[in-house]
Design a protein around this ligand. Sequence first.
Ligand code: TYC
Length: 101
Amino acid sequence: MPEIAARPRVKPRLKPERPRLYKVILVNDDYTPRAFVVGVLKAEFRMSEDEAHRVMITAHRKGACVVAVYTRDVAETKAARATDAGRAKGYPLQFTTEPEE
Ligand code: TYC
């Protein structure tokens, strides 16, 4: 049987889709010390003291605050590491992720 060359079934996209981005969200609680939250934000999200303090205070006042936006893998890894840092000290600190619209 002669081989029939397979042609691509779809036109290759010239513009690849950009990957969906995910927000990392800091959730307030009544127990984790403010300074500890600031330290985690600085260490895991490479924030300055001022930036970390602003994000911590916003979560404290409003209940939650968007920390940063990443691809899904990076967002989930950072949220898990930051949450684990609190858990290791016995704090209920929570970082969650959520897709951007
Ligand atoms: N509410 C905490 C306190 O008063 C501080 C805090 C801020 C904890 C933000 C979590 O996401 C948070 N000690």
